[in-house]
Ligand binder design. Sequence first.
Ligand code: ADP
Ligand code: MG
Length: 729
Amino acid sequence: MSNMRFKALEAAYNRPAVHVAAPSEKVTEYYGSYTFNDEVMKALLTPEAYLKVSSATKSGSSIDREVADEVAAAMKSWATSKGATHYTHWFQPLTGGTAEKHDAFFDISSSGKAIEKFKGSALVQQEPDASSFPSGGLRATFEARGYTGWDPSSPAFLMDNGAGGKTLCIPSVFISYTGEALDYKTPLLRALHKLDRAATAIMYYFDRNVSKVTATLGPEQEYFLVDKALYYARPDLMMAGRTVFGHSPARGQQLEDHYFGSIPPRVNAFMVDFEFEAWKLGIPVRTRHNEVAPGQFECAPTFEELNLSIDHNALLMDLMQKVAEKHNFKVLFHEKPFAGINGSGKHNNWSMMTDTGINLLAPSTKPKETLRFLTFLMNVVKAVHDHADLLRASIASAGNEYRLGANEAPPAIVSIFLGDELIRLLETLESRNEVQLEKGDNVFYKLGITRTPPLMRDNTDRNRTSPFAFTGNKFEYRAVGGSANSASTMIVLNTIVANQLQEFRKELEAKLEAGEKKELAVVDILKEYYRHSKRILFQGNGYSDNWVAEAAQRGLSNIASTPIALGKYMTPSSIEVFEKIGVLTEREVHARYEIELENYIKKVQIESRVVGDLALNHVVSTAVKYQHQLAQTAKSLVELGLVEEAEPLKDLIREISKHMVTIKQAVSDMTEARKKANGTEDITQKAILYGSEVKEYFEKIRYEVDKLELIIDDEDWPLVKYRELLFVK
Ligand code: ADP
Ligand code: MG
């Protein structure tokens, strides 16, 4: 059969699982062996240099040239002893993904001899020829070049380069020559530093032993696996990362038998393999299981310091793609690769941890600690309430637009789930008006904080439909897309919480100066925050239509469109909070906004072209052939005198014609809409046109194509079908 689909199916069916040779040592023996970690540094550096590097890691102090040279020398000898031939600054540009530019460790001297080179200067700073990375006009205005700079808080690591050698990767920031952020890491580090200062300052009122607060993150990664041959037979998956057509299979996820079912052997081999590789890189991948949709899986790491966790997630996504090649799979991180089937998110589990080991979002049975817990909890709630639109903007993307607001994903409304017990506790606090204290009074008792309820020890109390849910000792931001770099949303979350904690501190100090007792002052402020932010708290079913109506009544935003959501970066309150906390300047915010719009436009444009191309050159052309066959058959039947009119066949031919005509018209209208959008100067307007007038045709064309899939002979259908993509093991 010449049909590409069948060739692909032949290749994909019954592929054996690839054998994975397990390392002979225990995990603890090789865990982190590919990282230039603390232990290695301790062994290879002089005690002085080691101290300087660890303090730079912890407090962000700078590293002088001599130490940099020493670290570079140690890194090089460590890396080359493990087979590295090249090094690269590894960074996260705003296009998504990771970027690297490899330089060899050696140089050719004037006499033509290879000499080893890798100095502190090369470690600390590099000028990649990266002028094609998006900068939203920043570099064009200031200086043609950007440069990358070493982030010592994330350990350098080794990557197999596929040809037997390895590359030393140095986690780095990417900034313009004038110091403006061109990446995710730069503003993230700024935000984390400010959060630390603000939270530590609050801890002064609760526990003076604390000198540092670290944000923690555990991103759960959902993804689909598709056989490589089938992937290459779907131009839409290749070009756009999602299927633009495909009729739902007879059996979708309605049986829910895939979820937590046994993992197919081929998939299991892949998972085992990438886990080994992840462990070598010190990525603490912990759980693996099937997800709700057929062909969908998830892996979750143990949480880590936030900046490191984001590097690890970016690295893990890269690693998964590479390992998948070996197993003849393609990994899909797209938020909605298949219509009618669950999409993929990246649940961002987030909390704050002190250097004394206290999780600031963990409830306690001690009243005093409960007040501390409520303080941090309610500051997060108020921050999210006050900047809900900005938080929404931070997860807006072309891919996530297909997921948010669709049935199985959190809605595009930002709301917070706290659980009934916490709500009861907050209600109690709120109801204690005008508490008067007398000597000897137990202030906590008077306030209603006698004991903390056993908060959600039980998973059943969880609300899976909430986009931002308190899950016992952390918040879980579930609306983040599977393909996203979590930094985008974590920059925002940590900025707005840092800002809120600063505000809280000001309010508290004013009350204390006025002579109020500390506990009462704190509770007064928290009560006010609760009243103020109440409307964003929602404990019900976030997927219901009722909620959409109720949220509108409560005055909460429900922003389905990506360009509109991105516009929330540019509101005065968003710019103010970024500038005030010192995370992004107005120019940097603006640059980011434009880059995101450009990313969006490009993605929708590519999809639109794929839709047009597949519809005309694969589907309509197949339909024409099939129609011709039917016409021949009808003619023969009549000629042979078997039937008089061949009406049923003629009906079918007419139906096919109808679909084809609609498709052709819609594709041509869509092309016109694209032209109109392309002719629009203003980038905001252009993105809005792409999101409305161009995208509008996707569903329309899809509807007709999916109908044709049901009519046309299975043998002739050119595109790999959903049941084949999803159920081939
Ligand atoms: P679940 O019951 O949802 O599996 P887990 O406790 O296993 O809950 O956590 C899910 C994710 O949340 C994991 O990636 C985990 O590392 C992360 N997580 C747990 N505690 C924290 C925390 N304090 N800060 C950030 N992430 C956390
Ligand atoms: Mg989760």
